[in-house]
Design a protein around this ligand. Structure first.
Ligand code: HEM
Length: 399
């Protein structure tokens, strides 16, 4: 219904001659166009955390925006960027006066660490996306604790087998926590900022609106809430529905495997990717999971099942070739993920402008060696994805 009202409002506004335009109208139209472009969805959208009980009159502007994002009437992507140079040090009075200044420093550091010399996002970036998921998703609507609370690194949660493969990003994130916590950065925020920065550092990745102010929890989250690669579709759908994540959003979220390289599903194939373009946030993953990718691509059993189940197949098919659609839906679904278990959503602050810019196009300059790697050559070179340019000299490092 809401979509219909918005659509007809947009049609009306679009028909207004430019002579009748007024200052600020462009923004209004852009917002309405954006909301109208969000496809009506069959899935019901649930509110979470404090947004479940707060009245509209009690909402801050962040609370209102996040409520709209969760209900699917506002985009979770933003191009808003702050290109100013932050004050000289993170502990200067000028920096302390701006709640996002600290996050600008964090963003600079994370962006530098997440970029591979190949121009693709690297292992740490892919780990950061998965770490964000594994901290937040240890929550369900029947648990009273857990979620995006930093507990994955503040307790021994990280040593659970679910988290195999995350040790490098865990060590890096703890270093950032030791450096920035004294200036007010919670582990929970560092992890979720890390996921969003890593996503946009990956070429073609969406620029997801990013919020800070989550509280840390030094209690390990409940067990049994993360998916297993051999789970049935029924189990996966139920597991995510208990996190208020509907099948449509589950399909969007698993698309993160577009960037990944597995290590533990098949240890004899350590480093094998889940599509032919690891380190790039493209939609090749969706088509290749149902198709015949190069031999080195290792498809996860869970992804194959989701791609073929009648509850998830239609969306899967839509994402094949639908980069803009997928980016929009991923941004929205991940925003929900990043708020699971957060009970002060209304008090969060938005620091999206500190994120680096997105890259809307990308060409692998080292495709010729990547193709050889994908065919099964250079077995020992798993860092090919991150550093092919450096390894092969295919991209000049002198500019
Ligand atoms: C059906 C649900 C899911 C299952 C069963 C699943 C399973 C896995 C497995 C088994 C790996 C490989 C780990 C390794 O061997 O190193 C992996 C990697 C990864 N997953 Fe998922 N996952 C799921 C959903 C998600 C979601 C929702 C996200 C993000 C929002 C995500 C992001 C990633 C990323 C980025 C990697 C690559 C990590 C790297 O390259 O180091 N996954 N996942």
């Amino acid at each position: 219904m809401k979509s219909l009202v918005l659509l007809s409002s947009y049609a009306l506004l679009a028909s207004i001659p430019s002579s009748l335009a007024y200052p600020g109208m462009k923004d209004t139209m852009a917002e309405i166009r954006e909301a109208a472009s969000l496809a009506p969805r069959a899935d019901s959208k649930q509110l979470i955390g404090d947004l479940k009980t707060l009245k509209d009159s009690q909402l801050t502007s962040v609370g209102k925006d996040l409520k709209a994002i969760l209900l699917g009437t506002k985009t979770a992507q933003s191009a808003s960027i702050d290109t100013s140079i932050p004050p000289g040090t993170v502990d200067s009075a000028a920096c302390k006066a701006d709640p996002c200044c600290l996050w600008k420093w964090v963003s600079y550091e994370m962006t530098a660490r997440f970029n591979g010399t190949s121009g693709r996002c690297n292992k740490l970036a892919r780990g950061a996306v998965r770490l964000g998921f594994h901290d937040a998703a240890v929550w369900s609507n029947t648990t009273s604790y857990g979620g995006a609370d930093g507990s994955i690194l503040l307790t021994d949660e990280i040593s659970r087998s679910d988290n195999n493969g995350l040790s490098a990003i865990a060590d890096q994130m703890k270093q950032w926590y030791n450096k920035y916590n004294k200036y007010g950065a919670s582990m929970a925020d560092l992890i979720q900022m890390g996921a969003n920065i890593a996503t946009v550092v990956c070429p073609l990745g969406p620029r997801i609106r990013s919020f800070v102010g989550r509280k840390d929890n030094a209690k390990a989250g409940p067990t049994g809430l993360l998916p297993d690669v051999n789970d049935s579709t029924d189990k996966l759908i139920k597991l995510f529905q208990a996190k208020t994540i509907e099948p449509h959003d589950l399909v969007a979220l698993v698309g993160a495997h577009t960037t990944s390289q597995q290590h533990f599903v098949d240890t004899s194939r350590d480093g094998d990717p889940q599509d032919s373009t690891p380190g790039v946030w493209d939609v090749a993953f969706y088509g290749q999971t149902t198709g015949s990718p190069p031999p080195r691509v290792l498809k996860f059993a869970s992804d194959i099942k989701l791609s073929g189940d009648s509850r998830t197949k239609p969306e899967w098919q839509q994402f094949i070739g639908g980069q803009a659609h997928w980016n929009e839906d991923y941004a929205s679904a991940y925003t929900r993920m990043s708020l699971l278990g957060v009970n002060n959503i209304n008090d969060l602050k938005e620091c999206t402008p500190v994120l680096p810019p997105e890259r809307k196009s990308f060409t692998n300059q080292d495709q010729v060696v990547l193709d050889m790697w994908l065919q099964g050559q250079f077995n020992q070179l798993n860092n090919m994805v991150d550093d092919a340019a450096m390894l092969t000299g295919l991209i000049s490092t002198t500019g």
